[in-house]
Design a protein around this ligand. Structure first.
Ligand code: ZN
Length: 110
């Protein structure tokens, strides 16, 4: 767990015990998502935050329409943000998909 994600866990109660597995470029998206969910004032935790098929995947412990809308929005957004650096990107890869900017996509052949 890197220090940036530790900071996220420390700042948001909904992130207590969350399993995070994705690169730093999506940190601002996750941060914003946590702020928006926290504003809803619903007792809920995020169980898992990870990358799947080049998109951010987030699993809350309970489902709620408002929360689902927010999660869907950020999953969609992650498809155009480089997972490594946060610059604008697109989903690339033949077998293993990842969303990357043009610079990081150069070395991605999986
Ligand atoms: Zn990048």
């Amino acid at each position: 767990m890197n220090i940036k994600y530790q900071n996220l866990l420390d700042n948001f109660e909904i992130m207590t015990d969350t399993y995070i597995e994705c690169d730093d470029g999506w940190l601002p998206l996750i941060w914003e998502l946590c702020e928006r969910i926290t504003e809803l004032d619903i007792p809920l935790r995020l169980l898992t935050v990870k990358e799947k098929f080049g998109r951010l995947r987030i699993y809350p412990d309970t489902y709620n329409e408002g929360v689902e809308d927010i999660i869907d929005h950020y999953e969609e957004l992650s498809g155009s943000v480089c997972e490594l650096c946060g610059n604008s990107g697109k989903t690339v890869g033949k077998h293993y998909l990842k969303t990357l900017c043009s610079k990081h996509a150069e070395n991605w052949n999986l």
